[in-house]
Design a protein around this ligand. Sequence first.
Ligand SMILES: [Fe+2]
Ligand SMILES: [Fe+2]
Length: 331
Amino acid sequence: MLVGKATPDDYNLHPSKYPWAYDLYNQAVRNTWFPHEIALKEDLDDWAKMTEDERHAVEFLVAFFNPAELIVNRSIALGIYPHLKSAECHLYLAKQMWEEANHCVAFEYVLQTFPLDREKVFQLHDQVPSMRAKEAFVNKYMKRMTEDELDVSTIEGKRDFVRNLVATNVVMEGIWFYSGFMVALSFRQRNQLRNLGSMINWVLRDESLHLKFGINLIHNILEENPDLVTPEFAAEIKAIIIEGVDLETTFNKDLFPRGILGLNADYVNQYVQYVADRRLTELGLDKHYNATNPAKWMSTATDVFELVNFFESQNTNYEVNSGDSEKKKAA
Ligand SMILES: [Fe+2]
Ligand SMILES: [Fe+2]
């Protein structure tokens, strides 16, 4: 069983009960990167030529992303890791937590390189209502995981575990982050901020594994606990995702008060709906929006489809060190 209180057996890596999690750990290790490998300074010429609205979009995204990386880590540390019994999952989550720390440092590098007012940027997530609302949404589910009466051996406790996983992993990492990455990568699409684009691509490669892990985890938990699966619970999961989309829609109005070249809130919101439908499908739920992908270039620039397809055993295209001869088992 995945969810429960760890016993001494759960500290043994072998015999392996969840080889897919170990495979993802090995993949994540191969994907290791460091922010200063990227020559971010070379983007400063582009920055000087950007409009105020374009700079606002970058600043606003960094203001959200920087604390968000650490909020994901809190959710793992308080709400996910302590309630899992699998050694393979613990290995994977330890690597994921390092990656989130690395992403936080990467965004700090952006703040140090671009002429942004760090103090102001750090305050935004606590001042802008649409950003506060996104954080409150994730914190609400995380808080439940820290309450004394939480008992993950019960059906309701397991449902709380899944709710938190959906809010953190599917909504925050799998929808909100993808939306922000698409906006950041749209600059590179117009031949601007190419180094920032490379950094975002590496973050996105990590996030796609985080999402793969989370979706696999949800599927395995539901498989092991068939009594969790009711039409009411399915509807509740779908409602959490729709609420996440609504929060992002409000956030995007503040991200683009006037729109920028080739991008406005409607365009990004359509992408958010498209990605949300994909997440619903990946969870085995019906689509809600039936939105088409307005950013088809994303599937060539970063291949969202392939990155999040958890039936694929690996994504060799994106490995930093693909010369590694280790053969991977099917996930
Ligand atoms: Fe991250
Ligand atoms: Fe992540």
